[in-house]
Design a binder for this molecule. Structure first.
Ligand code: ASP
Ligand code: MG
Length: 443
């Protein structure tokens, strides 16, 4: 069994949805097909929720009418038979009936907002399943809300998911394609919840891990993971193979193609993740797995913006054990993850990407350390590859490439797969281009 996930743009137009049917039925492999909402739907649903939170009912109803019209049009272009269209219309009427009932509530809460945003995936999967049936496909819908769950810390419960999903699959042995919703799940209160924006990739990986699938395929509209950001750098190419560790670093440090948590469940069960392009289905894409033979030393570069660097000085760090603990306790207290760390004898520099509690953090740190002015608008540039600790020459190649660019922090040695630089965001594009030219060969 394989798990194939298609994002919003892959299902966002009727003709794209049709080509997804062609793709998933092109071979005999049984598949769980995970779908996002049609592109634009999640944003539209969130906008309705915002209107309702503000008590702007008329505005919300207008937004609902607009989205409904979009779906009505979509259906007429997707289905080719009277029966198919009737089926599609029934789905849209039912779900929009529910959306309207949310809009009619006297008090619209967070709980309702989660139900609202889940409608995107509920719509796309039911419409796709109905379309597959119209075309004579062997297909069934597996409701994600029956098996996908998170705990009180919003973490997916892999063991429970595995148990429920395995049970559900045991009742569905004859169908070739099993369609399910990305993104949505239930929380410990049994309410509808989600895996946060972009979470459909995560759903695919959780399912693939839970059933130890043969492979997880994430279909987008770019040729796999590129060696650098194609929107910024002039010459990039798809990376054919990545280790789980390398892909995780890239996703966390800014490569937009994968949701950062995606790799974990697949890695735990050793299920390969393949990134494929719906526009070029025969292209090999990128495969992420647990071991690779050979391959380039430096694989790819990613950048993460909106980073704040915080500088903490202590005149008594020398011989003072416990100083770092005190520093990190402060970040823990304010639930603020630290990305990069460098230390000297008397100073520690750390970066954070969520400055929400910056003032409180600084205030608390200043009770036992000297605080220098922090730097906002920084970017972490993360260079990923297989950097064996006893192999010389990697750091010099990187520093040589960026020799004209001011570097704020360097982090090297914690992982054999990541070297990170902190630069002012004003220098980011220039640094990415310089690293690209300095570290990769182009023919
Ligand atoms: N539809 C959700 C979003 O737009 C989940 C996803 O597409 O991955 O964030
Ligand atoms: Mg996505």
């Amino acid at each position: 069994m394989q798990v194939w996930k298609f994002g919003g743009t892959s299902v966002g137009k009727p003709e794209r949805m049709k080509s997804i049917r062609d793709l998933v039925t092109a071979n005999e492999t049984r598949k769980i097909v995970v779908l996002s909402a049609l592109s634009g739907s999640t944003n539209a649903l969130l906008a309705m929720g915002e209107s309702l939170m503000k008590g702007e009912k008329a505005e919300a109803n207008k937004q609902i009418d607009e989205l409904k019209a979009h779906y009505d049009q979509f259906l007429t272009e997707l289905f080719s038979t009277e029966n198919g269209l009737t089926e599609g219309k029934a789905i849209v009427e039912k779900e929009f009936g529910f959306i309207r009932s949310l809009a009619d509530l006297k008090i619209y809460t967070q709980k309702h907002d989660k139900q609202m945003v889940a409608e995107g995936e509920l719509l796309s999967t039911q419409i796709f399943t109905a379309y597959m049936k119209e075309q004579g496909g062997s297909v069934v819908l597996l409701p994600a809300l029956e098996f996908m769950s998170i705990d009180a810390d919003n973490e997916p419960e892999l063991a429970k998911i595995e148990e429920k999903l395995t049970g559900l699959l045991a009742t569905q042995t004859d169908k070739q394609i099993l369609v399910t919703q990305g993104f949505i799940c239930r929380n410990p209160r049994g309410e509808v919840d989600n895996l946060k924006r972009g979470g459909s990739d995560y759903t695919a990986s959780l399912i693939g891990g839970a059933i130890t699938a043969e492979e997880i395929q994430i279909w987008t509209d770019i040729d796999g993971m590129h060696n650098n950001d194609p929107r910024i750098v002039s010459r990039t190419f798809p990376v054919r193979e990545l280790l789980f560790e390398e892909a995780a670093e890239l996703a966390y440090f800014g490569a937009k193609i994968l949701h950062p948590s995606t790799i974990t469940p697949a890695k735990m069960r050793g299920v390969p993740v393949r990134l494929k392009n719906t526009m070029a289905p025969d292209a090999p894409g990128t495969v992420i797995k647990s071991s690779i033979s050979g391959g380039a030393e430096i694989k790819a570069i990613a950048a993460k913006d909106n980073i704040t660097a915080i500088y903490v000085h202590s005149t008594r760090m020398l011989n003072a054990y416990g100083f770092l603990r005190k520093v990190f306790d402060v970040f823990e207290k304010f639930k603020t993850p630290v990305d990069m760390i460098t230390t000297s004898e008397v100073s520690v520099a750390v970066t954070i990407d969520n400055p929400e509690n910056l003032d409180k953090i600084t205030e608390e740190l200043s009770q036992f350390a000297d605080m220098e002015e922090h730097d906002r608008n920084q970017s972490i540039i993360c260079i990923v590859g297989n950097f064996l600790a006893d192999k010389p020459g990697i750091a010099i190649r990187i520093l040589e490439a960026v020799k004209g660019i001011p570097i704020r922090m360097i982090s090297y040695g914690a992982s054999e797969h990541n070297i990170s630089l902190l630069v002012d965001s004003a220098h980011k594009n220039e640094a990415l281009e310089a690293l690209n030219e300095g570290l990769f060969e182009f023919n």
